[in-house]
Design a protein around this ligand. Structure first.
Ligand code: FAD
Ligand code: NAD
Length: 474
């Protein structure tokens, strides 16, 4: 028997960025909170097998690349030696430190953290199967479902083999294969493809759409695609994998598509990164009035309340974009709504960052979206070849663009490709959220020499008077 009360004001199912942010805010607002997740500490996919370990490895990739490129600047390093065990331990150390910190924060806030898996009994009660095998029943006034997502499988192809990786097993870096096929030229394929490439693997990418990162504006993707064309073994666009067979020397993969360079190939490892599926099949959820949409996401309103009034849903399980910062903000909105505050999740801009080399980042309205919606916009670009800071970094392969409303001159969207674009985009998010005008951005004094000046100078391009670029107003 447990000496803990078997009821709570708020039960949060899933300890990822949506779940722990919700649990922590609820505790800060004075609610009694139980947070349930199978891991030792909160963190979810993002901390244990997503954002954090991948970015730790991408940092290492950046250092390796810079050490190799230093010959351009008259500095010769010998070829770096990679000690895989130490690299893994360092990456795991980062994860342990962060998740351990979240465990501490839960205790400090008196959030009751239950290690286990939750299932619904009905719209007021949960059953929790704890890690030690025991079960606990918990009744709640409100619950937040923040169960996240899992890797999607390749349709029609089932091959269980240690040679076939998903993002989780790829992040383990058990070895550095000689060759790797990445199926899916999206976020994960390009980020983890970059990691393996830098560690010494010959990486090939197969993408079913006509371009890499199909969701991003083409002019943002072009500088990255150019660099990857020079470093990846091959990039097969408009191509699908139709068959995979394990052989002694690797996986034989057959391709189909209108412009095949080769009909098949053999690869030591294959990383499947063709999207993610929401974890909406929470046991017992069907005993409530919670509804799913056609793609399996839990249906929610602006407060992130589901069609069952006591139950809310946030993060990857509640719809796209499947990004950690979106999950966190939704978690906070759901809690505020439960606390009775007047809130809605209505962002003008959710930033997206692909942590490749160069990075790609965008927020708000994209040029492609404006075209599809037949919305008149003015697009201005500042090429990084005109940025002093980009040249000091030897990285002129970037662009900063603004999507501007031609009538109000407000900044509706921002796109950046280049080294550090993921940090720079925050200024764009602020500009879009605050409805800054191009003049506001142009008149804001930016420090010199920095890459942030490219945002200011892109706004100056709108007025035809950018200091470092001759582009008279048409
Ligand atoms: P999750 O983080 O998925 O957490 C859900 C938790 O719920 C999990 O711990 C799961 O075990 C638990 N759970 C599931 N079912 C139950 C149950 N029945 N009972 C109890 N617990 C349950 N996003 C970014 O913004 N930036 C990045 O750089 C980035 N990099 C990524 C890299 C990779 C390789 C991957 C895979 C993803 C990356 N993402 C990134 C996406 C990001 O990880 C997700 O958007 C984010 O984790 C979603 O948060 P969440 O709270 O919805 O759920
Ligand atoms: P993704 O949607 O970014 O990319 C999947 C790619 O696979 C797409 O380009 C798609 O056209 C392609 N594809 C789908 N089926 C295919 C097939 N049969 N053959 C060839 N190509 C195929 O998905 P992902 O890379 O798996 O990542 C999942 C999600 O995780 C992302 O959408 C994102 O929300 C999140 N994520 C974010 C970050 C970040 O913020 N930096 C990093 C990693 C993951």
């Amino acid at each position: 028997m447990s000496d803990q009360p078997n009821n709570t004001q708020l039960a949060v199912i899933g300890g990822g960025p949506g779940g722990y942010a919700a649990a922590f805010l609820a505790a800060d607002l004075g609610m009694q909170v139980v947070l349930i997740d199978p891991e030792a500490n909160p963190g979810g996919v993002c901390l244990y097998r997503g954002c954090i370990p991948s970015k730790a490895l991408l940092h290492v990739a950046k250092v390796l690349n810079e050490s190799r490129e230093a010959t351009h600047w008259g500095i010769e390093f010998s070829e770096p030696k990679v000690k895989l065990e130490k690299l893994r331990a360092w990456k795991e150390g980062v994860v342990q430190r962060l998740t351990g910190g979240l465990g501490q924060l839960s205790k400090q806030r008196r959030v009751r953290y239950l290690r286990g898996e939750a299932s619904f009994v009905d719209a007021r009660n949960l059953k929790i199967k704890k890690l030690d095998g025991s079960e606990e029943e918990l009744s709640f006034q409100n619950a937040i479902v923040a169960t996240g997502s899992r890797p999607a499988a390749l349709p029609g192809i089932t091959l269980a083999s240690p040679r076939i990786l998903d993002s989780t097993t790829a992040l383990d870096i058990q070895d550095i294969p000689k060759t790797m096929l990445v199926v899916g030229g999206g976020y994960i394929g390009l980020e983890l493809g970059t990691v393996y490439l830098t560690l010494g693997t010959q990486v090939s990418v197969v993408e079913m759409m006509p371009g890499l990162l199909p969701g991003a504006d083409r002019d943002l993707v072009t500088p990255l695609a150019k660099r990857l064309e020079g470093s990846f073994q091959s990039i097969m666009l408009n191509t699908k994998v139709v068959e995979m067979q394990e052989q002694q020397e690797g996986v034989r993969v057959k391709f189909a598509g209108p412009e095949l360079a080769a009909p098949e190939g053999v690869f030591e490892k294959v990383l499947v990164a063709v999207g993610r599926k929401p974890n909406s099949q929470v046991p017992g959820l069907d005993k409530t009035k919670v509804e799913l949409d056609q793609r399996g996401f839990i249906k929610v309103n602006l407060q992130r309340q589901t069609t069952e009034p006591t139950i809310y849903a946030v993060g990857d399980v509640a719809g796209e974009p499947m990004l950690a910062h979106k999950a966190t903000h939704e978690g906070r909105v759901a809690v505020e709504a439960i606390a009775g505050h007047r809130v809605a999740f209505e962002p003008r801009a959710i930033p997206a960052v692909v942590f490749t080399d160069p990075e790609i980042a965008w927020c708000g309205l994209t040029e492609e979206q404006a075209r599809q919606e037949k919305r008149p916009v003015k697009v201005v670009r500042f090429p990084w070849a005109a940025s002093g800071r980009a040249l000091t970094l030897d990285r002129p392969d970037g662009v900063t663009k603004l999507i501007i409303d031609p009538e109000t001159e407000c900044v509706l969207g921002v796109g950046i490709t280049g080294s550090g674009a993921g940090e720079l985009i925050a200024e764009g998010v602020l500009a879009v959220e605050m409805a800054a005008s191009a003049m506001d951005v142009a008149l804001t004094i930016h420090p010199h020499p920095t890459l942030s000046e490219t945002v200011m100078e892109a706004a100056e391009v709108f007025f035809g008077n950018a200091t470092d670029l001759y582009r008279p107003k048409k």
